[in-house]
Design a protein around this ligand. Structure first.
Ligand code: ADP
Length: 258
């Protein structure tokens, strides 16, 4: 299926983000409280794991300011701490030392439930292992982020239909993730991350399972979303994809390289 679409791999007729009025979802910056210039701030963030040998540090003294509208690439060797950092920024991991402010809100002081609510409201995450819900169809997986927004059922249905079309996966809408190839699951995961127009998109090697042409289309989509104000942080080993970002942050052994 994917191979057949080599020239226009995802059949992406309208890969540009849809206009807010057409889609029924407001632009990222209109969601909830106004996003400040400094979208997020990490101050001396550290993460360690308890092992038999004692504490092993995975992140050391991470100080990072990310402005609204930025597009950052995390690079560095395997085991450097990139996924760990992404999962702290994505508010999935709340066990760390130091301070994390998102939209000037102190995330390090939040209870897990409060963190999860903020995550659902503002963040779209593309996981390396997709993390699609196995007992939900493709269409239901796409609808999930919309269910946390204040949208009518008809608006949600039309956004799901529109997104299925944009990603060339209309024919897959009633299938379950286990019935899809790795590349198709990755497309669904990306579609799910962007469908509700989050203020922040976090993507952990989002194109790892895609053909180069498809990877480029996804990166072009990220660039368009970023041009229209969405803040993006990606992890990639691919120097071509890294160049789509505005700056590169390199991690090594848990430290940010200067
Ligand atoms: P990257 O994404 O850069 O490849 P990760 O953030 O996945 O790196 O992992 C950073 C380091 O944290 C690795 O050395 C990994 O083995 C270690 N690590 C991750 N989870 C645990 C854990 N639960 N216990 C001990 N070490 C862990």
């Amino acid at each position: 299926m994917l191979e057949e679409q080599a020239t226009n791999p995802m059949n992406m007729k309208t890969m540009a983000p849809t206009d807010s009025n057409e889609s029924g979802v407001s632009p990222a910056t209109d969601h909830g409280p106004r996003i400040t210039d400094n979208l997020l701030r990490l101050h001396n963030v550290e993460k360690s794991h308890k092992t038999k040998a004692g504490f092993t540090y995975v992140l050391r003294q991470i100080n990072l300011n990310i402005a609204e509208g930025d597009f950052i690439t995390f690079m560095g060797p395997s085991g450097a701490g990139k996924s760990t950092l992404l999962s702290i920024i994505g508010m999935f991991d709340g066990v760390f030392e130091g301070e994390y402010f998102f939209n000037e809100q102190a995330i390090h002081k939040l209870k897990p439930k409060e963190r999860a609510a903020l995550n659902k409201r503002h963040i779209g995450f593309v996981f390396q292992q997709f993390h699609l819900l196995d007992d939900m169809t493709v269409a239901e997986n796409l609808d999930l982020p919309l269910s946390y927004r204040d949208l009518k059922k008809s608006e949600r249905e039309s956004l799901v239909a529109d997104t299925l079309d944009r990603f060339g996966i209309v024919a897959k809408k009633d299938l379950f993730p286990s019935q899809l190839s790795g590349g198709q699951q990755q497309l669904v995961a990306i579609a799910r991350a962007i469908i509700a127009k989050p203020a922040l998109i976090l993507a952990d090697e989002p194109t790892g399972n895609l053909h180069t042409d498809q990877g480029r289309e996804i990166m072009d989509l990220f660039k368009k979303l970023n041009d229209s104000g969405t803040t993006i942080i990606q992890v990639t080993h691919n120097p071509d994809w890294a160049r789509y970002g505005r700056r590169i942050v390199t991690l090594k052994d848990g430290w940010m390289e200067k």
